[in-house]
Design a protein around this ligand. Sequence first.
Ligand code: 13P
Ligand code: SF4
Length: 306
Amino acid sequence: MESIIDKIKKLKSERNAIILAHYYQDPSIQDIADFLGDSLALAQAAQKTNADVIVFCGVHFMAETAKILNPEKIVVMPDINAGCSLADSAPPDKFKEWVEKHPGHTVISYINCSAEVKALSDIICTSSNAEKIIRSVPEDTPICFAPDKYLGSYLIKKTGRQMVLWNGTCQVHETFSEIELIKLQKKYPNALVLAHPECPDNILHYADYIGSTSGIIKYATDSPNKEFIIATEEGIIHQLRKKNPDKIFYPLPGLNGCACNQCPHMRVHTLEKLLLALENLEPRIEIDEELRKKALRPLQKMLELS
Ligand code: 13P
Ligand code: SF4
């Protein structure tokens, strides 16, 4: 009998589709993806693809970004309900008021935001290029940064630039436990701590390396060290182990040892939903053309600077 993997592969070629997936996806989805990446690499892959259909296994703002860059292509998600607490923390009407309260500021928005918020921003950034984007703004121009306050505070320290911060957080990264981190460090004293900059300062404080998901994978792969504590969504451990079978990775748990180091939004996709999305070419991402054009400008600025 034909397996679900065979059915997906067959339909994918019939539809001339490409499967793009983020590192926080379930391992079964990561293993069937044509391209895996961080937010920047996924946006770049969406920009370059010749496929007619993009199946986006990530969260809504990522698939929306793919559609903004590819209005002529069909962009589907296995489950359209894959949201993001950071994107949800910035409702467009409140964000507009905030921008209007800061005239003369350059508005830099993390890619984890809606198309409406992108359209109200001057430049988009991801965790891979945020530092470079901030440094591209003239020294005497004040900056508003949204929606992640922890990423924003980290970038203020890193660049020495004062920025007005929006008060948003990632529900996964803000829940990592400092006590569990100390316990892991005691148990594995040779392990290096690799953290995502969406973590609060009390976690970043222990990090030997801070970077995007791709940055974390590159750092661990290039490092001669053999043990690592990973302070980001634990889906990334699958790629870390695949690329480094001789190394040991310890996922940092959330508070009280809960499984909240798995993003509930990223994890809604399944192989069954992926197959259905390919069969039906639904659910699709659709964006009003005026809004798309406005959201495209700051995204293009980012891609030019990256
Ligand atoms: P990156 O993969 O760009 O580091 O972002 C992490 C993230 O939060 C995705 O939602
Ligand atoms: Fe959003 Fe956090 Fe989930 Fe990333 S891990 S999609 S930032 S809620």
